[in-house]
Design a protein around this ligand. Structure first.
Ligand code: CDP
Length: 220
């Protein structure tokens, strides 16, 4: 950030459901603002993957919590975390309160370092950084999100059916929104950005306008 008089870190929270475009958006915002970016989904994905490959029960809250406590930032660099399977495993371990509790401090420390950060996930604006300077809830209809994800997978040469991806998308939405702890929902002071009819560039321009507005309000 070039704002020399600002002493507090500038924190941007991007939340939203699967395949709404929040990851790409968060990355572009971070680059444009000169801030580090944390894709918090990777934390849950790494725990799910580590447990599954060692044959542990992902539905055991205490065991999953122990994996979360022991998570090494190096684990986030694994190359196999971005796929569909890891996403499913992530949303299963993400329902457990001990898992979420163990990850709070890591995420808050990341956000607290100068000059600030862009974090994307499900509960950044509501639980992790309720004081974030900017909160954007990126969403799109399940049909649009499933179409995007299907097209991404087809482009990578995977054989997938739109109907399967739509069912998976809805199932993940239900699990993420229905859980007791840190359910997926917009913070009261979040700006909802519906990308159903926006392409990536339009979404980026709209998000930058939201950031600019908040910065102008803060410095007024
Ligand atoms: O990119 P996509 O939205 O598909 O997935 P992700 O952001 O990597 O998140 C994968 C799963 O991790 C989500 O479905 C959530 O269950 C969980 N998650 C969470 O509970 N809280 C976060 N801050 C980030 C992810």
């Amino acid at each position: 950030m070039t704002d020399a008089v600002r002493l507090r870190p500038f924190v941007v929270a991007i939340d939203g459901p699967a395949a709404a475009g929040k990851g790409t958006l968060a990355l572009r915002l971070a680059e444009a603002l000169g801030l580090p970016h944390l894709d918090t989904g990777l934390l849950y994905r790494a725990i799910g993957k580590l447990m599954a490959e060692r044959g542990f029960d992902l539905d055991d809250p205490l065991l999953a919590g122990q994996f979360a406590e022991a998570l090494d930032p190096e684990d986030l660099k694994r190359g196999d975390l971005r796929g569909r399977e890891a996403g499913e495993l992530a949303s299963r371990v993400a329902v457990h309160p001990p898992v979420r509790a163990a990850l709070v401090q890591f995420q808050r420390d990341f956000a607290a370092r100068a000059p600030g950060a862009v974090l994307d996930g499900r509960d950044i604006g509501t639980v992790i950084c309720p004081q974030a300077d900017v909160k954007i809830f990126v969403t799109a209809s399940p049909e649009v999100r499933a179409r995007r994800r299907t097209d991404e997978l087809l482009a990578k040469g995977r054989e997938v059916a739109y109907e399967t991806i739509l069912a998976e998308t809805k199932e993940r939405d239900e699990r993420d929104s229905g859980r007791a702890v840190a359910p997926l929902k917009p913070a009261e002071d979040a700006v909802v950005l519906d990308t159903s009819s926006l392409d990536r560039d339009d979404a980026f321009v709209a998000a930058m306008a939201i950031v600019a507005e908040r910065r102008a309000e803060e410095s007024a």
